[in-house]
Design a protein around this ligand. Structure first.
Ligand SMILES: Nc1ncnc2c1ncn2[C@@H]1O[C@H](COP(=O)(O)OP(=O)(O)OP(=O)(O)O)[C@@H](O)[C@H]1O
Ligand SMILES: [Mg+2]
Length: 333
């Protein structure tokens, strides 16, 4: 892919009410044609960043250009280039899907015949042709999100901002949305800026991603680069007792062994393919008994944990990943 920057931010900063630093000296370069992910937990500053780039709010420091236009000085030019699918629903429930699309087209002064034609194409793209003439209030959550997606596209923007496109959708509907986003990117050739706190979504969709927390970029790269930067596959091993755990901690030639509680260790290795036989030998040499062994290639969740020191799921209430993260953190201290 030819790398030509389409969005650049320089020390972009937003302080709300003189005290809440939502975005702090943010430096991003987003290239034409890519899907760029902004990942981070609740309150990381993702929406604030987007709101500045779409000229909905002004920065309190730094600068940014979108399609070559300065967001502070040329906001009208910026707005003509971009489409926005905000985190919250915007469609009018008492209109049909098609009527919503026509209304937005008129707002952008798209000639009627042209609007009708492109709305037809967009409806087809997200499989909403059949539901197009039903009131939006009869749509399912997934259908509404698909409608929102194409509302952002009626005026043929070069750049599309998607803020949490699958928030609140069930897993199945979420994966369907991913296909629609990919389809849009390849068919319409738009640059897409995507925020999400679902890291598997970013992994699936983004060409490159910045992980942000507390308004700052922690790391940027392709999902693959970030995962490889951890230099390690993870082998989770459950033993029959704590003694086994203590013995496992002495195993040579691995990157790291962490006691994660419940008679389990997390062994980080450069390559599971090469280390697994050695680990199995070690287990049998020391007459240990295991009840469970799993091999895990690093995911973006691990990347997030590595760079922020906590799991992204901690924000979302107590599941197993949260407990695991807490145990791992304790083990490190
Ligand atoms: N209008 C506002 N006035 C004051 N503070 C705000 C405002 N909007 C956001 N904030 C604060 O700025 C910080 C960043 O919020 P922001 O909405 O940008 O995060 P986010 O990454 O989009 O989070 P989420 O994942 O919940 O959507 C938070 O601490 C938030 O409380
Ligand atoms: Mg947000």
């Amino acid at each position: 892919m030819m790398e030509k920057p389409i969005i650049e931010t320089k020390n972009l900063t937003k302080i709300y009410n003189g005290k809440i630093k939502a975005v702090s000296d943010l430096n991003l370069t987003i290239n034409e044609g890519e899907i760029y992910g902004l990942a981070g937990p609740n309150g990381a500053g993702k929406t604030t960043t987007i709101n500045m780039l779409i000229t909905r709010i002004s920065p309190t420091g730094g600068s940014a250009t979108v399609g070559g236009f300065d967001i502070a000085k040329n906001s009208l030019d910026v707005r003509r280039l971009i489409g926005v699918v905000p985190q919250d629903f915007t469609a009018d429930e008492d209109l049909t899907g098609r009527e919503n699309l026509m209304m937005v087209s008129q707002f952008y002064d798209v000639p009627k015949a042209k609007a009708q034609q492109s709305i037809k194409v967009l409806l087809k793209l997200v499989d909403l042709e059949e539901a197009a003439d039903r009131l939006v209030r009869t749509y399912s959550g997934g259908m509404r999100k698909r409608l929102e997606l194409i509302i952002g596209l009626v005026h043929e923007p070069k750049i599309l901002f998607l803020d949490e496109p699958t928030l609140g959708l069930d897993v199945q509907t979420r994966t369907q949305m991913w296909n629609y986003v990919k389809e849009i990117q390849s068919r319409l050739n738009v640059t897409i800026i995507l925020t999400s706190h679902y890291l598997e979504e970013i992994d699936e969709l983004a060409d490159r991603v910045s992980i942000i927390d507390h308004g700052k970029v922690l790391i940027t790269g392709s999902p693959m680069e970030l995962k490889e930067s951890l230099k390690g596959d993870i082998i989770n091993l459950t033993l029959t007792d704590q003694n086994g755990v203590n013995v496992m901690k002495t195993i040579p030639d691995v990157v790291e062994v962490t006691d994660i509680g419940a008679n389990s260790v997390r062994i980080k290795v450069a390559s599971a393919d090469e280390s697994l036989p050695k680990i199995i030998n070690f287990i049998s040499q020391h007459s240990l008994s295991t009840t469970k062994l799993t091999v895990q290639k690093p995911s973006l969740d691990e990347v997030f944990l590595e760079y922020t020191g906590r799991s992204i799921r901690e924000e979302e209430g107590g599941d197993d990943a949260r407990k695991l993260a807490m145990n791992m953190r304790r083990a490190r201290q």
